[in-house]
Design a protein around this ligand. Structure first.
Ligand code: SAM
Ligand code: SF4
Ligand code: SF4
Length: 371
């Protein structure tokens, strides 16, 4: 089958390509397991369940761009829960063991608990429970934490960029109070979640003074705090290297106050580098996409809100699986198409950042592709 060009989702994404993947006639991976052009397996799947959000974090959905006229996807363009679950099953057959729901703000998707229940019933290739997790801004956790737990969600990551209310409101840019997110984190604990992670994006000159207060607050709580370098995702966050605080500096700052020692990754390819407090009061992590690229072990595929497969957070092109679903393709055909796409993957944006071969390429917004 030849490749067809699909209409683009809106004017602002006009430069971003998308096509229906080729469905090969032959079965591509008889044992199901895949390797891309760099020998990387497919272990993780991130699913964006909505491109909408109730925050306007300046580094992700700046309100000047994501205003009331922004052309969000129509409901009928979103993958429905049956379609997501069907694709998840096919990905699992290819070796996926971990699924993260994200967005936009995933808790804004109506009846998200039903999707979690459907996904939680899936088993990995080896018959284990799926590692099913979700990243949220925490604003709706007080309301939803128990339902998420009851539905079978394994773990949770909450994003929180500081403890100072004024700084936090400036970062979320919708005047959302920090106390409500902290209460949301408390609600997840009350609901019985363990291994809670908190992600803080560090933007130099905006919230770096919050690093130590955040470390102090989450020490001794069992929550793992992770610091993320401000990244050049999408095309609208006005990214500038001068606003990136390298993770090495974050660790140095914390180490001066609360001594740290580094520890091994939990598993090969773990995105965060781990450190523990010498006094045994917990651990922190750093995600250094800008200063220490980790493409070498990147085993993540992404499924956008409207069902396109992306091979990198910084991708310029998606592979339209929804078209295959809605034209009545069989599981085997879709599985084969995914195998074909993954086996041709060579993405390593962070390793190439700044090089001429990436110049002028339009990237997909993070809220659409899923963070
Ligand atoms: N709305 C949810 C949230 O904020 O947790 C889930 C989606 S959000 C896109 C996923 C993660 O991406 C969040 O932890 C957020 O802080 C992070 N993120 C968004 N834009 C970023 C950027 N430019 N650089 C680094 N991290 C970013
Ligand atoms: Fe929304 Fe999350 Fe992006 Fe903030 S980081 S604007 S909460 S999607
Ligand atoms: Fe993976 Fe792309 Fe990030 Fe590299 S830049 S780690 S390939 S998502």
């Amino acid at each position: 089958m030849s490749e067809r060009v699909i209409p683009l989702i809106d004017e602002r994404q006009r430069k971003i390509g998308s096509h229906v993947p080729v469905v090969p006639a032959q079965l591509l991976s008889p044992d199901g397991l895949l390797a891309d052009q760099r020998g990387r397996a497919l272990h993780d799947l991130r699913i964006s369940v909505t491109d909408r959000c109730n925050f306007r974090c300046t580094y992700c959905m700046p309100k000047e761009v994501f205003d009331k006229d922004y052309p969000y996807l129509a409901h009928g363009d979103l993958l429905n829960f049956e379609e997501i679950t069907r694709l998840a099953k096919i990905y699992i057959e290819h070796g996926v063991e971990k699924i993260r729901l994200t967005g936009g703000e995933p808790l804004l998707r109506k009846h998200i608990e039903s999707l979690i229940e459907m996904l939680a019933s899936l088993k990995t290739r080896t018959g284990q429970a799926l590692d099913l997790t979700l990243t949220t801004n925490g604003s709706l956790l007080r309301k939803k934490a128990k339902a998420l737990k009851d539905a079978g969600l394994s773990r949770l990551t909450v994003s929180l960029d500081g403890l100072d209310d004024e700084i936090f409101r400036k970062m979320n840019d919708v005047d959302f109070p920090v106390t409500d997110v902290l209460d949301g984190i408390e609600a997840t604990r009350e609901a019985g979640f363990e291994n809670i992670k908190v992600n803080m994006v560090v933007k130099k000159g905006c919230n770096d003074q919050e690093i130590i207060p955040m470390a102090r607050y989450f020490k001794n709580t069992g929550v793992t705090l992770r610091f993320i370098e401000f990244m050049d995702v999408g095309a609208s966050n006005g990214w500038n290297m001068s606003e990136v605080l390298p993770s090495a500096d974050v660790i140095k700052k914390i180490h001066e106050v609360f001594p740290l020692t580094n520890i091994d990754p939990n598993y090969p390819g773990e995105v965060a580098k781990r450190w523990k407090y010498v006094d045994g009061s917990g651990e922190v992590g750093v995600i250094s996409s800008v200063t220490q690229a980790f493409c070498k072990d990147c085993s993540r595929a992404r499924l956008s809100t409207e069902g396109k497969m992306y091979l990198c957070l910084f991708a310029t092109e998606g592979h339209d699986l929804k078209a295959l679903l809605r034209e009545g393709r069989t599981d085997l055909e879709i599985s084969n198409a995914i195998a074909q796409v993954w086996s041709q993957r060579s993405d390593r944006y962070s390793e190439l950042r700044g090089s001429p071969e990436l110049a002028n390429k339009a990237k997909v917004e993070m809220s659409y592709i899923g963070g």
